[in-house]
Ligand binder design. Sequence first.
Ligand code: ATP
Ligand code: MG
Length: 287
Amino acid sequence: MAEVVRIAIQKSGRLSEKSLQIIKNCGIKFGSDARVLKEEASNFPLEFLYVRDDDIPSYVRDGIADVGIVGRNEYDEQAIDLEVLRDLGFAKCRLSIAVPNDFVYQGLSSLEGKRIATSYPNILGGILKARGVSASFVQVSGSVEITPAVGIADAICDLVSTGATLAMNGLREVESLYTSTAVMIGRKQMASVAKQRILDRLMLRLDAVMKASSYKYIMFNLPQEHLEQVAHIIGGMKSPTVTPLMEKGWVSVQTVVAEDTFWEDFEQLKALGAQGILVTPIEKMTE
Ligand code: ATP
Ligand code: MG
C-alpha cells in the first residue's frame, strides 16, 4: 500500500473550517464531509482524521496521526513533547485573567490565595509560579465564565477573542497572560522516509499559501523620474518590473508588497504621483 500522511483536524469547532481551507488552498482535493471520521484526499497522499482538538497532541505522539492542527494553547497545556512545524496564524486568542466587576484588581498579586477557575492549569500554573503568586485552581473543562457567579471561584483564567462572553457574565478582562494561534504539530521524526517526503511536499505548498496571503500584487503608473524613490519604498521580491508606457516620461510598475505595510506603502506611492493603482490578492507564491 502506498504511504500516506495522516493529518488530525478538529472535527467541529473553531479550528475546523480554517484548517480545511488552508489545505484546500494547497490544491488538495477531498470531501471535507464532517459526518465521516476519516477520509483520503483524491489527488495527494494525505488522509484526514476528524477528532476532538483535545485528542490531537496524543494522537500525533502515538502515531495514530502523523501531524495535526491544534491551538497552541492546547498543545502547551498538554505538554506533550512534539515539534511545532508551522504557526498557521489563524484562531488567534489570548488566555486572560478575568474577575467579577467588583473585584479590586491591581496586578497578578491580587490573585494571591484566591481560587481561579481554568481549563489551563499547566499554562496558568507556570506563569503564576514565575511571578511568585500562589493561588488554588478550580479545574473546569467548559463554561468557565459562570464559576464566580456560582461561588466556586474568585477569578477565572480563560481564552478570550473578543471579550463579549465575559461581559455577558459580569466579568472584566484584567490581564492577558498568553497568546495562541493554530499550529501544525508533528513528531520530531516522521515514521518513514516516504512519509517525510510527502510531508515536505505538503509543507512546500503550505509555505507558498501562507506567504501569498501575507502579500499583495500591486500595479500602477508612475512618472519615471520617481522610479528610484519608489523602488526604495517597495523593494519587491527582486526589483519591481518596470515597463515604459506610450506616454513619454511614464512607466508602469508591477511588484509584490507586504500586507502589513500595505497602507503605508500605498500612501507614499500616491504622494510620489502613482496613478491607477491596482491591487490584487496572490493565490500562491514561492521565493
Ligand atoms: P472540541 O469539541 O474539539 O474539544 P473545543 O470546544 O475544545 O472543541 P473550540 O471552542 O472549538 O474547542 O476551540 C478550539 C481552539 O480555538 C481553542 O483551543 C483555541 O486555540 C481557539 N480559539 C480561538 N478563539 C477562541 C475563543 N474565543 N475561545 C476559545 N477558543 C478559541
Ligand atoms: Mg476541546
